[in-house]
Design a protein around this ligand. Sequence first.
Ligand SMILES: *Cc1c(COP(=O)(O)O)cnc(C)c1O
Length: 386
Amino acid sequence: MNDKPHDKQHPDSVAAQALGWIDEATRAVIPPIHVSSTYLRDPDNQYRSGRVYARADNPAFDQAEAVLCRLEEGDEAMLFASGMAAATAVFQALQPGDHVLAPQVMYWSLRNWLMTFATGWGLQVELIDMTSPAALKAALRPGKTKLVWIETPANPLWTVTDIAETARLAHAAGALLAVDSTVPTPMLTRPLLLGADLVMHAATKYLNGHSDLIAGALVARVSNHSQDHWQRVRKVRAQLGGTLGSFEAFLLLRGMRTLHLRVRAACASAQRIAEHFHGHAQVAEVLYPGLPGCQGHQIAKAQMHGGFGGMLSIRARHGEAHAIAVAARTKLWKRATSLGGTESLIEHRASVEGAGTPAPPDLLRLSVGIEHCEDLIADLEQALAS
Ligand SMILES: *Cc1c(COP(=O)(O)O)cnc(C)c1O
């Protein structure tokens, strides 16, 4: 698992060859799927392999974790049974009474968990406008705020947060910074290089990319400041058991081999779709960080490289009923939740999120897949018009 020869390779080469792994014993170029739940103890009662029981860890994770570490330029990575298992482990590694800051605009299920279970367990959770450094500065309580959580671009308005500035402010107050980087992926943004301590991925989405598994991941920059928390995250995974299965780890590694191609294709199409429907007679607004008029475009230009992501939202001109009707009329775009697969998805977000959602009722969230862009535009055109 020595990745030194790959240090200078482009992320595309790292992904395509999964860091060039080969099995020394058989010369196989693809790692086997380890299924053992338990490991042999040495005769002298030691566990020198470092492996004891597969709730804590699994050799089936090693290569995917190594690839993620290299792509994110992190020190250590951990796979989880879902994006939510990864995200909640970050909060569960804190202590009751700790203060945390999270965005008003963020992935809905996590926001929901924070405001119910996390607060019930004793975390002091405050939701703020993370696009405003002034709001962050005012909300940080030095010594008391242990974690700042951000998502950029953020579901479902695709608002952009300045990672480097947020890291600077969080660290000045003694807090860690964790970034949900599911949408940009390491192909576009590497938050650890901008000062973040932790990166979280719903690997269900772009990393796997084929809508056929649920998985999550964390990648950490392990420093004096972050190492205690990171060791507690490791214990949360081992003890609460949000551990990924071996077969899912295999599928995830396979999916990541084409991450660069899929992300590049989705970004190119999303940009064209955003530009096409910007100013369209049936569309009130297009929300996409790649449009010069959109919130955070300048910051996105600085911290996203190679594209602005495959996610955008459009607001139907004639309100909620129009939005729902547009989704009903699409044929190529599939009406479904989730994102980051090869197939394009369309979703009326307010219906999913319910009361308290920041999603306007006329908003349709689009996950752009890798179909031909002209087909995607034509399908949306007919759905908007009829
Ligand atoms: C899907 C998603 C999650 C949660 O991941 P699961 O694998 O569904 O648990 C978290 N954050 C973002 C941005 C997501 O899109």
